[in-house]
Ligand binder design. Structure first.
Ligand code: GLY
Length: 376
């Protein structure tokens, strides 16, 4: 498969920007909900784990075009992230990296906004507070005194760890990086099964530090492999290597990628759980977009001589091309990418737009079009 041409990518990017422009008047003082309803995102305040993706889309669009409307929308939203950190609004979970990395940390890097930096560091402190030194993991959800949730890590957290590495780079305080590295270690040891599929979540004993058992939350079953979890794993372990320099994480990301690619349907868009390899099972375009970004990150870290480097690049190109067939119609939607699945067991956002899918689709296109320094 030939790499996408600049013209092909510019056309795909223009399709995304047209859809962002369509939504922008609605979502300047508010944010899209995590998933759409009949392809329309309801407007919400800065209260969900997903708000950073809309701001990240604005920063990507601004980096691509230099258009003032994207920068001013992003800056207005970053103010609400500062307020959210100051007032501690819905921050009792680990998704602080999803929230603050593509919003406030990107703002600090791109524009030198010192309030954004302060908010990013406050978010990193909140994430660090969720690290349990006995089990060596960051508790994903719930109150830190909740025995049901204590010691439960989830594969998605891999994308929250760059916030901790960033905080160490900014402050010189090694506590953040040390926690990220211990968590990465435990995630690679226990969330990944021997066949390189992943558990969505894994429970550690916080009294002894011993591993207990894996379960799912959004997947088909405890022993299946939730497609988006596997995608978070591919991307997150590749980023783990980027930040820690650990060579074994490149090989691990590649093993997860092999498992994912071996279960791709003919149309190259994964189904919502990798137990399904085609048929009527709903696609998860958002998992495909995350995996494409992960593969592109992985390719950056593989030596030119690696026999599978070309395979991963071609898979990322093919999957991203395939996603173009799932863009929302220009009328009747305010999202970008249709046919994602948010939460099948709870029947939320099935075959809908998911805001992180929109974000990672544009990130994949940006990564292929230009040299781009990841926010993560
Ligand atoms: N991090 C939650 C999800 O991927 O749905």
């Amino acid at each position: 498969m030939a790499p996408p041409t600049a013209a092909e990518l510019d056309d795909a990017i223009a399709q995304v920007l047209a859809r962002l422009d369509r939504a922008l008047p609605q979502f300047s003082g508010s944010f899209p909900a995590p998933s759409s309803e009949r392809l329309i995102y309801p407007a919400i305040g800065n209260v969900e784990w997903t708000n950073g993706f809309w701001t990240g889309l604005m920063w990507l669009a601004w980096e691509l075009t230099g258009a003032e409307r994207y920068r001013s929308a992003a800056e207005q939203q970053v103010e609400s992230f500062v307020e959210r950190a100051d007032r501690r609004v819905n921050v009792e979970h680990h998704d602080l990296g999803f929230l603050y990395t593509p919003s406030a940390c990107a703002a600090w890097r791109l524009t030198g906004d010192t309030e954004a930096r302060r908010a990013g560091l406050a978010a990193a402190e909140l994430l660090l507070a969720r690290f349990d030194p006995v089990s060596g993991v960051i508790q994903a959800w719930g109150d830190l005194n909740d025995p049901e949730q204590a010691g439960r890590m989830i594969i998605d957290c891999n994308l929250n760890l760059p916030l901790l590495y960033w905080a160490t780079e900014e402050t010189g305080d090694a506590r953040f990086r040390t926690a990220a590295e211990r968590h990465l270690d435990q995630a690679s040891r226990y969330l990944v099964r021997p066949d390189a599929s992943t558990f969505h979540t894994f429970h550690m004993d916080t009294r002894t530090g011993a591993p207990s058992h894996g379960t799912t939350h959004q997947g088909h079953s405890d022993d299946s492999c939730w497609a988006r979890g596997q995608a978070w794993g591919i991307y997150g372990f590749a980023l783990g290597h980027l930040h820690s320099g650990r060579e074994d994480l490149v090989a691990l990301a590649a093993r997860l990628a092999n498992y994912f690619l071996n279960r791709l349907p003919d149309d190259l868009v994964c189904r919502w759980d990798l137990i399904f390899t085609g048929g009527d099972a709903p696609r998860d375009t958002s998992a495909a977009a995350i995996a494409a970004c992960g593969l592109l990150e992985l390719v950056r870290h593989l030596p030119l001589s690696d026999p599978d480097r070309g395979l991963y690049a071609r898979a990322a190109w093919g999957m991203t091309r395939a996603l173009a067939a799932h863009l929302t119609p220009l009328e009747g939607s305010n999202g970008v990418l249709a046919e994602a699945v948010y939460h099948m067991p709870n029947q939320i956002g099935i075959s809908e737009c998911c805001i992180w899918g929109d974000y990672f689709y544009l990130e994949a296109l940006v990564r292929m079009r230009r040299i781009w320094r990841p926010y993560w």
